[in-house]
Ligand binder design. Structure first.
Ligand code: FE
Length: 182
């Protein structure tokens, strides 16, 4: 009888310990999560489309005044530069690619890869929320257009034939980008 009591007592004690440890872990995870959220808030990272309230809206005339003819055609009229003609399709320097319309950071060179397609290609945006997507049914194809989420500039398209880790290929017009060396 005594042995049974000792056994049950030990079992209860063990369960109590396990519960305390599990609760502690949960609390630690909560703290880490809130620290990460605070860090993202302070650096302005991980902005979602809804959180980005600083959108840039200009008239066509205003865009024409600040963009070159080719930039205006590609970025505001959804044109496409000829392959192997842009300045970034074979560009390999380390740095940041920004939107030529508003300066928003769009891609980092670390995600750039050679897709042999004649346009600069990236497997991921520099940050979540900087790029928005639209379905594009033009030219008899079904494609996903990518635009700058801040100023609405047409950038290019995203395809599902990219490399790891995302499997995506952001195929971007050079003329929509400006490069900042690091
Ligand atoms: Fe932009």
């Amino acid at each position: 009888m005594l042995r049974h009591l000792i056994f049950i007592g030990s079992l209860l004690l063990f369960i109590a310990f396990a519960v305390v440890i599990a609760l502690n872990k949960q609390e630690e995870q909560k703290v880490v999560k809130s620290q990460l959220m605070a860090l993202n808030d302070s650096t302005g990272n991980n902005k979602t489309g809804d959180q980005m309230k600083d959108k840039i809206v200009k008239t066509d005339a205003e865009w024409k005044a600040i963009l070159t003819d080719e930039q205006y055609h590609v970025m505001r009229e959804k044109g496409t530069e000829r392959p192997f003609t842009g300045k970034f399709w074979d560009h390999k320097e380390t740095g940041t690619y920004k939107c030529a319309g508003c300066g928003e950071v769009l891609f980092e060179s670390i995600t750039k890869f050679d897709a042999h397609c004649g346009w600069p290609s990236f497997y991921a945006p520099g940050d979540s929320g900087v790029i928005a997507e639209n379905s594009d049914y033009s030219h008899g194809m079904v494609r996903t257009e990518v635009i700058c989420n801040k100023c609405g500039a047409h950038l290019g398209h995203v395809f599902n034939d990219g490399p790891k880790p995302t499997g995506l290929r952001y195929c971007i017009n050079s003329v929509s980008l400006i490069f900042e060396k690091k």
